[in-house]
Design a protein around this ligand. Structure first.
Ligand code: 5HY
Length: 246
């Protein structure tokens, strides 16, 4: 199968790191096409960044259509543009946060999220509510590590993340940790060994869930709000992204 992996920020090195993490768990028959938007923030650390990232995700789904991906993964913990992407393709579209929440709820009665800047915790908290995991998610915690500081795979920062995770497990009485940034994908194995609890990397979970959905022959429903976008003229820089009459 062909999996479109979208890093919604425009950091090429982060796209490469995320793709490496995805390829490490992908099945032999899964081809990973790693892309990023042609415009937008180098990292996504708040609502303003996320507004442009969502448009960038929609752009990349639209541009990848001729390659007919079998599944799409949005590799940013805010799941930006998830619903727009589901309108724009028949392939199943998975956000790494939604995928990680589902998997965490299958291996623990309560989990905690450890993310980057504390100011972005509200974004994850709203996703917890939107996806219906208020019972299982016991807390969202920031490390105040900037996203791009994780670019070297975050090895230099693993002890800082570990410390926040330990405090979260104790304070929340949770039994699993969800990594709240696609840039943490390289740290999952080390943190699992150090913490002694399931640590979930949404990139890896989303890749495997995508393989499962494709294997089951499941695609995004085109009945209702995920139906193909209405034909529409777009103007300005977005002119090529308007939906054509078909
Ligand atoms: C991410 N930002 O996964 C999020 C993490 C965050 O550029 N990639 C980003 O803090 O929301």
């Amino acid at each position: 199968m062909k999996l479109l992996l979208i890093n919604p920020n425009t950091s090429k090195s982060m796209t490469a790191g995320i793709a490496k993490g995805a390829r490490a768990v992908a099945s032999a028959g899964t081809e990973i096409l790693a892309v990023q938007p042609s415009f937008g923030p180098l990292s996504i650390e708040g609502h303003y960044d996320e507004a442009f990232a969502a448009a960038g995700v929609a752009e990349q789904v639209r541009l990848a259509a001729p390659q007919r991906p079998d599944a799409v993964v949005i590799a940013c913990f805010g799941d930006p543009g998830l619903e727009a992407a589901r309108e724009a393709t028949q392939a199943p579209v998975l956000g790494i946060a939604e995928a990680a929440f589902h998997a965490a709820s299958m291996v623990a009665t309560g989990f905690s999220v450890v993310t980057t800047m504390t100011r972005t915790c509200i974004i994850a908290e709203r996703l917890v509510q939107r996806y219906g995991f208020e019972q299982q998610c016991r807390g969202v915690h920031g490390t105040d590590i900037a996203v791009l500081d994780l670019e070297d795979g975050g090895q230099a920062l693993v002890s800082q993340i570990e410390q926040v995770a330990r405090e979260a497990l104790s304070r929340d009485r949770s039994a699993a940790i969800v990594l709240g940034c696609a840039g943490m994908t390289a740290l999952c194995q080390t943190l699992t060994q150090r913490l002694g609890v399931p640590v979930l990397d949404g990139v890896a979970v989303a890749v495997k869930f995508a393989e499962a959905l494709v294997g089951l022959g499941l695609r995004t429903s085109k009945v209702g709000d995920y139906a193909t976008p209405l034909a529409k003229t777009y103007t300005g820089w977005a002119a090529p992204l308007g939906w054509p009459n078909t």
